[in-house]
Design a protein around this ligand. Sequence first.
Ligand code: KG4
Ligand code: ZN
Length: 345
Amino acid sequence: MKKDIKLLAVESSCDETAASVVKNGREVLSNVIASQIDLHKLYGGVVPEIASRKHIQNINPVIEQALEEAEMAIQDVDGVCVTYGPGLVGALLVGVGTAKAISYAAGKPLIGVNHIEGHISANYICHAELEPPFLCLVVSGGHTHLVMVKDYGEYEMIGRTRDDAAGEAFDKVARSIGLGYPGGPKIDALAPKGDKDAILFPRASIDGAPYDFSFSGVKSAVLNYINGCKMKGIRYSQADLAASFQEAVTDVLVSRTMLAADRYNTNKVAMAGGVASNRALRSRMKAACGERGYALYYPEPVFCTDNAAMIGAAGYYEFIKGRRDGWDLNAVPGLEIQWNTQRNN
Ligand code: KG4
Ligand code: ZN
C-alpha cells in the first residue's frame, strides 16, 4: 500500500500568517490563517514593515495550532513546505526562516513553493477529480496571469497584466469611493444593488498580445468619472459605479480566458486567487464555459485568498518528484512561475 504523505505548509508572503497540514496533496487536515486585515485597514492597504512584524509575532502559534488541529507532532510529518516567493521580502523571510529552522531541527526535508503555483493548486484541494492539463486564470491582489498547467509543476505563462493586478484595481476603486480595504469583497457586495450598464468603462486590449491584461486605464477612468462628478456638483451612485467597474473587469477576464482556452485547445478552465471568489466573475465565467462545453473549476472562497493548504498541495507534487531545497533557500520576492519548470528539468 502506498504510504500517505503528510506535509506541514507555511505561508507568509503578504498579510496572512498561515500554516496547514495536508495529506497526499489534496486532503486538508488543518488550515489555520491569522489575518492582518484589521491592522492594515487603518492605512488603506498592506504596510510591508507592519506585515513582517506581525508575521514574526504570529508564526509560531499558528504553526503549533495547525499541528494540534491535525493531531500531529512535527515528527509525524514527512516534510515542510514554505512559500519563498513572489511576495513582500520581509514577510517571506519570516516564513522561510521559520520553516528552515523547523525542518532542520526535526530532520525533515524542506520544499520551497511558488505562491502562484500554490493558488493554482488550491483547485486540487477542492476538486478531487481535477488533473492537468488545464488553463488557469490567476487573479489576486498582486497577480493576474493566464497559465497553461501542462502537468503537475509544469507551467506555461501565456498572458499577464502589464500594470495593475485585477485585485489591486478592485482595492483602489473601492478606496476611491470610500468603501475601505480590502475592496474586492465590498465591491462584490455592493454591485448587485447597482446597474452594470450605467457607466461604460474601458476594456483595454494590447496590440500583438491577445492574452495580456491592463487595468490601469479602467482604474483611471473611474477616478476621472468621480472627479468629473465632483467638479460638476453631481452626486453619483456608488452602486452603479461598483457594478459598472466590476462589469468592465469581469468582461475582460472572461473574454481573454475564453480566447486562450479556444486557442490552446483545452476544455478545462480553472480560476484561482482572491478575485476568483468574486460572484459576478464566477457566474459570467460559468456561463461562458457552459456555452462552449468547458468544465469550470474554482476553489471555495477560503482557498481562493491566501492560505497555507494551497502551499501544501503544490508542495506535495514537488515532494513526490523528489525535489528538495537546501539550507540556503532564500526569499525571492519577484519569483516567476517559469522558474519552477526550469528547476525541474
Ligand atoms: O489571493 P489574495 O488573498 O492575495 C494575493 O496573493 O494578492 O488576493 C487578495 C485580493 C485583494 O485584492 C481582494 O480585494 C481581492 O483579492 N478579493 C476580491 C474578492 N475577494 C477578495 N476581489 C473581488 N471580489 C471578491 N469577492
Ligand atoms: Zn496570494
